[in-house]
Write a protein that binds this ligand. Structure first.
Ligand code: GDP
Length: 453
């Protein structure tokens, strides 16, 4: 690893693994906890529906992660959920359906993190939501504390960005205190909400101690949690050995187009080339001398081999770049080889083979020396985080407008938290949280977002 995890982080992880084995699926404690919940739900409904002292008898508590959106979104939010579970002594269980089959190894030795098939928490239709409780409270009393409130023993919390986006005060101690009593907390998120864990006073000490380098949180947690399966690893290592291993330099280009029908491929190509050549990531082709012979070769003894990995849904980007470098030598003499591992054409849902290809692409990008990513893409965030790379962020084209500069150097490999809290715990609005915490910055690809660095 280019960065070392702190001894404190390692000890937290070892403790968590012990705890996961003790309380996770297949353990006695898991059966007892689940039985407890079933008994409580069958005899309740009226006044007993909410938490009471019985519940304290359950020794283990759980955090059930449920997916939203693509693989990048899922991976960054699982990483955040895992840290939240570690901080709050909960067992992390992931609701992986068939589309996540065969992607990752089990991260916790001697146990599983997959929510068991027979668990009632595959479905949360009838589960009370944190949102409804918090918002009702805020509406009624303008009193923002949940701590005297009795929360149910099973609760759903949505940490995704919603259209209205009301503040839910998740980063506040009083609400975290109330959440402690919930036995099974079901969380749905596509966000990297790690910055909000640093903002929560009761978590910040532990977070700071675990992560001495604030730009390497996802780097450590992501690489700890997400070990590619043998299938994925086979594809990654075969590709790496065949095309990347012998190169002097590896360049990763991630081209994510969010609105392909409105964004001409030529505009994206121009943006990419402008970014790559102006920042000396890739050389221009010497069009005056297509054969690459004689005079212009003088002094061109630089035969550095640069291997380019193109990750995109569309084959045209790799093809265009490859044919461009076949037209003639480069002005620097560098030799450029272009490879695109896959081109799925569109984002596919419920398809684990498609997701394995996405993981392979992310991982290959992370093995590069220089990385160019697309603004706002969590797919790129995973690659930069795994690799510990500060990427060049391509300007986020929405149509064929032209902009300068075409890309910006990012300040850290951390994912951006797109929708951080808007209000302080006392209810007062806050301009931008990045200004009041050390190691937190406004994201370069999204003005509302914050990121660690
Ligand atoms: P985001 O939408 O860019 O933030 O990233 P996500 O990973 O959450 O969702 C995009 C999904 O589209 C990915 O998970 C893939 O399924 C697919 N996808 C997008 N770009 C690529 C790519 O370059 N390669 C592959 N293999 N899949 C991609």
């Amino acid at each position: 690893m280019p960065k070392q995890p702190s001894p404190y982080l390692i000890s937290k992880l070892r403790n968590y693994e012990e705890f996961h084995k003790r309380c996770g699926p297949n353990s006695r404690a898991y059966k007892i906890a689940m039985q407890k919940i079933t008994t409580l739900s069958s005899k309740t409904h009226h006044h007993q529906h909410h938490h009471n002292d019985n519940v304290d008898a359950a020794k283990c508590k759980y955090l059930v992660w449920t997916p939203a959106n693509g693989l990048g979104n899922r991976m960054i939010s699982i990483a955040a959920a895992f840290l939240f579970a570690v901080l709050t002594d909960r067992v992390l269980l992931v609701r992986f359906e068939a589309d996540m089959n065969g992607l990752f190894c089990e991260p916790f030795h001697g146990s599983t993190w997959i929510l068991p098939m027979n668990s009632p928490f595959w479905n949360h239709e009838n589960v009370e939501t944190y949102q409804s409780i918090v918002l009702a409270k805020v509406d009624k009393a303008r009193n923002l504390t949940l701590d005297q409130l009795l929360l149910p023993y099973v609760l759903f919390i949505n940490l995704q960005h919603t259209k209205e986006d009301p503040e839910i005060f998740f980063h506040c101690d009083h609400n975290q205190e109330a959440l402690k009593k919930v036995i099974v907390l079901i969380v749905q998120s596509d966000q990297y909400f790690v910055p909000s864990l640093f903002m929560t006073p009761s978590f910040s000490h532990d977070m700071n101690k675990m992560f001495l380098e604030k730009d390497a949180v996802f780097h450590h947690v992501g690489r700890y949690l997400f070990h590619p399966s043998n299938e994925a690893w086979g594809q990654i290592s075969k590709f790496y050995d065949a095309y990347l291993a012998k190169a002097d330099e590896r360049i990763g280009l991630q081209i994510r187009v969010f609105r392909p029908t409105f964004t001409p491929q030529q505009a994206v190509m121009d943006l990419l080339l402008s970014c790559a050549t102006s920042n000396k990531i890739l050389p221009e082709v010497d069009t005056r001398n297509p054969a690459g012979t004689t005079a212009s070769n003088v002094g061109r003894n630089n035969h550095t081999l640069k291997a380019v990995v193109v990750a995109s849904l569309y084959p045209e980007y790799g093809e265009n770049l490859r044919s461009m470098y076949l037209k003639g030598p480069t002005i620097t003499g560098e030799v450029i080889r272009v490879y695109q591992p896959s081109h799925e054409e569109k984002q596919k849902f419920n398809d684990n083979v498609h997701n394995i290809k996405a993981l392979v692409d992310m991982y290959l990008l992370s093995l590069c020396d220089v990385l160019v990513t697309s603004s706002l893409s969590t797919f790129g965030y995973v690659a930069q985080g795994f690799g510990g790379l500060k990427p060049w962020l391509l300007y986020g084209l929405v149509s064929n407008e032209t902009h300068f500069p075409p890309c910006l150097r990012d300040l850290s490999p951390e994912p951006c938290y797109h929708f951080p809290p808007q209000r302080q715990c006392n209810g007062n609005p806050k301009e931008h949280f990045a200004t009041s915490f050390p190691h937190m910055f406004e994201c370069k690809d999204y003005y509302r977002g914050v990121k660690l660095g």
